[in-house]
Design a protein around this ligand. Structure first.
Ligand SMILES: Cc1cc2nc3c(=O)[nH]c(=O)nc-3n(C[C@H](O)[C@H](O)[C@H](O)COP(=O)(O)OP(=O)(O)OC[C@H]3O[C@@H](n4cnc5c(N)ncnc54)[C@H](O)[C@@H]3O)c2cc1C
Length: 179
């Protein structure tokens, strides 16, 4: 039996690691788990999805459906599979898949879960209508809120904030930009 490689996270890092692991070891059993709906995705397109240039959220993923990526490389890909525990002693991860908890044994574990946006350090930072922007599977909720809004404030003045403000400036009546 080949080595069991479990990869948590199917973004750019996770998908590259999975492809590389396959190239290095044709016998390995490779499993890639992602809590979202997409793998090998491109968060850089989210501002254009919110602004309506990219029509469907699934167009932000390179491999939709993920079976294509899985079949080409003989990798087991699970979406909607959120890893919530890692048992390093027994070399097992636990994933929530719908109502089920599924256990995956690993010889090699790769954690590629990305980064999280920093929320505002104020009470009420998670009220309805206050959202962060990070992953393609979260983008439909953002677009829905933007479509209901008459004004939008973008907090964060890096490239991503700028891109969002620029896109919204073309689709929303009032868009303020805070830095
Ligand atoms: C709007 C925007 C624009 C950007 N533009 C650019 C650009 O123009 N150029 C550029 O180089 N970079 C850009 N970036 C940055 C780029 O998207 C990131 O550097 C890249 O996505 C990082 O890849 P990653 O695989 O490390 O993490 P991520 O893309 O964050 O992927 C992590 C994956 O892990 C999954 N995950 C997290 N926790 C769990 C868990 N517990 N169980 C299972 N799965 C889990 C997530 O669902 C996700 O799919 C942009 C980012 C954003 C948000």
């Amino acid at each position: 039996m080949g080595k069991r490689v479990v990869i948590v996270g199917g973004g750019a890092a996770g998908a590259s690691a999975a492809a590389r692991a396959r190239r290095l070891d044709p016998e390995a059993e490779i499993v890639m788990l992602d809590k979202g709906l997409f793998i090998s995705h491109a968060p850089c397109g989210i501002p254009y999805y919110i602004g309506g240039v990219v029509k469907e959220a699934q167009d932000l993923a390179i491999y939709t459906p993920p079976e294509e990526f899985a079949k080409e490389r003989r990798i087991t890909v699970k979406i909607n599979a959120e890893v919530f525990d890692v048992d390093t002693k027994n070399q097992v991860v636990y994933a929530r898949e719908g109502n089920e908890t599924v256990k995956y044994q690993w010889d090699v574990l790769i954690i590629a879960t990305g980064a999280k946006p920093i929320t505002l350090p104020v009470e009420g930072h998670d009220l309805n209508g206050i959202l962060t922007l990070r992953l393609p599977h979260e983008a439909p909720k953002l677009r829905e809120e933007v479509e209901k809004a008459s004004t939008v404030a973008v907090v964060g003045g890096g490239y991503i904030g700028l891109e969002v403000a620029e896109r919204l400036g073309t689709s929303v009546r009032g868009c303020s930009y805070l830095r």
